[in-house]
Write a protein that binds this ligand. Structure first.
Ligand SMILES: Cc1cc2nc3c(=O)[nH]c(=O)nc-3n(C[C@H](O)[C@H](O)[C@H](O)COP(=O)(O)OP(=O)(O)OC[C@H]3O[C@@H](n4cnc5c(N)ncnc54)[C@H](O)[C@@H]3O)c2cc1C
Length: 502
């Protein structure tokens, strides 16, 4: 059933409405982490998690392509409260198992309702409640729930389909086209010529994991990407384990070490980008040898850290290239042809299978239609309060993690803020909170949500006009800076005039 049809079915259905203090959207790593903090820090709060998919995991359930793994370490991508005991770069299966343990150990399963897709969120200032309209994805049955507070943990991209550009001649191609986000169960790679379009973390993961099976795999990129190479192990963790230090301590110590080093690395990227660039490319050149054209294929045109830098454990991608099982072509697509891809250079890349590792479709607020007191919400009309709340949207917080550090670090910080806010509202005896520009903010220039000079991945650039705006003061910016926010968030004055209570 499409979203519009489902909304109509919903409207005609009459049924009882359940109520919860908090409704969490999504059972990915953010939703489960937020639920954990809520149960520990505000016990007694009634809440429900609604999740479209049939189980928890979000990103780690959706993606099933060969080799699917994290590109940041699990000491910081994992939760602060649950030690990560495996190698730092983890497979999706390992992350799902870790999340499953968190759910079990904290008795969270009873709060989660799977196969519930939220279609509409309707705020009423008369009742100070959100009314959530959802549908059961198995039966189409409409579900209606009211909640005081909406905790948006829906991630940032549409899980149902990835982004595939339209290339001329796609229909002429006689082979198979697959997107990594919807990896087909029945795809036969044995002895096939495979072209992977893209050079981000997904391509870098997929290629070494299929290179042994295919006849050959080619990474076709328009322009190169930065990578970091290293062993999939943390020496300090290994040493502490040898010393039989408790896993809780190892987790905390290794987190601190990683965060310290990431901070230093980020600063170096800003202070001496050319030197960092040389070092990153030097790591690749050291694997591929002096005869490889690193200048053409692995020398990006942008500064390090303007896009996320994927970590390549044990340099597996580069070993596949060195062994001749994979190769890299840096060129542009002219059109698809019957037997492959015709490039702008005039060369044809033969292919039996083309994998479009071309990214995501941004999903703004989980594709939920928001209505505030009868008016449809245009998210682009709002101004972000530190990337967590928005002017004109009451009783709602949004979890959007870090790009340059692990996403989950921000899940923990936002959770701490939301819990403080909910407790503050209880103490004040108020039922509504909404960020609003203060008198001193009214002449503030309003800019795009993220500064493209600072960070500019394509999926954000394509949809920047649909996202909230930012001002020129820290309160009204989404800084993407963990090292600033970890001190700023706990110090936020909840009685600041930026919060309007009633
Ligand atoms: C392949 C891949 C690898 C990545 N690796 C890393 C990494 O190593 N490190 C890192 O920091 N980040 C990584 N990221 C970014 C990653 O998406 C986040 O780090 C993190 O997993 C996001 O978690 P989340 O819970 O916020 O969102 P998601 O994982 O996207 O989960 C959101 C959930 O909300 C549900 N949902 C959405 N809308 C609705 C609705 N309307 N109704 C009901 N349910 C809804 C979805 O079904 C989904 O299950 C990666 C992303 C991808 C795609």
């Amino acid at each position: 059933m499409n979203v519009e049809a489902a909304r109509k079915t919903f409207a005609s259905a009459v049924q009882a409405t359940e109520h919860f203090d908090v409704l969490i959207v999504g059972a990915g790593i953010s939703g489960i982490g937020s639920a954990y903090h809520l149960t520990k820090q505000l016990p007694g709060t009634s809440f429900v998690i609604l999740e479209t998919q049939e189980t928890f995991g979000g990103t780690w359930w959706t993606h099933k392509y060969p080799g699917i793994r994290s590109d940041s370490d699990l000491h910081t991508f994992g939760y602060s409260f649950k030690p990560w005991v495996g190698p730092p770069i983890a497979t999706a299966a390992e992350i799902l198992s870790y999340m499953g343990e968190v759910i079990e150990e904290n008795d969270l399963a009873k709060h989660i309702r799977y196969k519930h897709r939220i279609l509409k969120a309707n705020w009423s200032s008369k009742t100070n409640l959100w009314t959530i309209e959802a549908e059961r994805t198995d039966s189409g049955e409409p579900v209606k729930i009211t909640a005081n507070f909406l905790w948006m943990c829906q991630g940032y991209y549409r899980h149902s389909e990835g982004f595939t550009p339209e290339w001329e001649g796609m229909a002429d191609f006689e082979g198979r086209i697959a997107h990594p986000q919807a990896w087909p169960d029945d795809i036969e790679l044995d002895g096939k010529q495979v072209v992977v379009i893209g050079s981000g973390a997904t391509a870098a993961t997929l290629i070494p994991n299929i290179a042994d099976t295919c006849a050959h795999v080619t990474m076709l990129q328009r322009s190169p990407t930065f990578f970091r190479l290293g062993r999939n192990a943390i020496e300090l963790a290994e040493e502490l384990r040898r010393l039989q230090v408790k896993e809780e301590w190892i987790h905390e110590i290794v987190r601190r070490k990683i965060l310290f080093e990431q901070d230093a690395f980020t600063r170096r990227c800003l202070a001496e980008p050319e030197q960092v660039k040389k070092e990153l490319i030097g790591q690749i050149a050291a694997v591929l040898g002096p005869d490889y054209d690193v200048g053409t294929h692995f020398t990006p045109r942008y500064r390090p850290w303007r896009q996320r830098i994927a970590f390549v454990p044990d340099a597996d991608l580069f070993h596949s290239v060195k062994d001749g099982k994979a190769s890299v072509v840096t060129d542009e697509i002219e059109r698809f042809v019957e037997n492959g891809i015709l490039l702008k250079s005039g060369r044809t890349l033969p292919a039996d299978i083309i994998v479009t590792a071309t990214g995501f479709n941004l999903s703004i607020l989980g594709d939920i239609a928001f209505v505030i007191d009868g008016e449809p919400l245009d998210f682009a009309d709002t101004v972000t309060y530190r990337g967590m709340m928005f002017t004109g949207i009451p009783n709602m917080a949004w979890v959007f993690g870090y790009f340059r550090a692990s996403w989950t670090l921000r899940t923990d910080l936002v959770a701490e803020f939301v819990i403080r806010l909910l407790s503050h509202m209880k103490k004040k005896g108020v039922r509504k909170v909404m960020p609003a520009l203060r008198p001193e903010d009214h002449n503030m220039p309003l800019l795009s949500w993220i500064d493209p000079e600072n960070f500019n991945p394509n999926y954000l650039m394509r949809d920047m006009h649909r996202l909230p705006r930012r001002g020129d003061k820290p309160e009204w910016q989404h800084s993407q800076d963990y090292w600033a926010e970890k001190d700023q968030f706990p110090a936020i004055d909840l009685d600041d005039k930026a919060f309007v209570y009633s």
